[in-house]
Write a protein that binds this ligand. Sequence first.
Ligand code: FE2
Length: 158
Amino acid sequence: METLELKVGLEQDYRKEISGKLNFLLADFQIYYMNLRGLHWNVKGRRFFMLHEKFEELYNDTNEIVDEIAERILSLGEKPLHSFDDYLENKTIRITKNISDGDMAVRSILGNLNELLIQERDILEIASKNKDEGTGALMSDLISSQEKLIWMLTAYLS
Ligand SMILES: [Fe+2]
């Protein structure tokens, strides 16, 4: 079967460049996902039921985001990373382990979100410069929902 070249009106060089950045972000979201599962499993204390459930909601949301980023990369004609070794090699986010204290867990999420926001803003800026509305819109959605989550988590700690 003939291989059709993907034509979405964006230059191939640009699509490769932005997909590379999206793959770094994908790797970090996979780490963030696993961090959240660890928090869901390890959290203890008086607020167990609330936090255990909240962390589940967050990792389920993150699972959806992972898929959206990967499918954006495919829409740009590139390949999303999909193995643990690739994720570990390309991640920049902090891996968290064995956190059982609720406040520490929430603080660790805030730390991860800040790391993710830096990359998302960087990708948004490059996408805007290159009139890549699809990638830009995805980043805008991630940024605004994470900013809202940061507000809520900060309110929880206050
Ligand atoms: Fe569970």
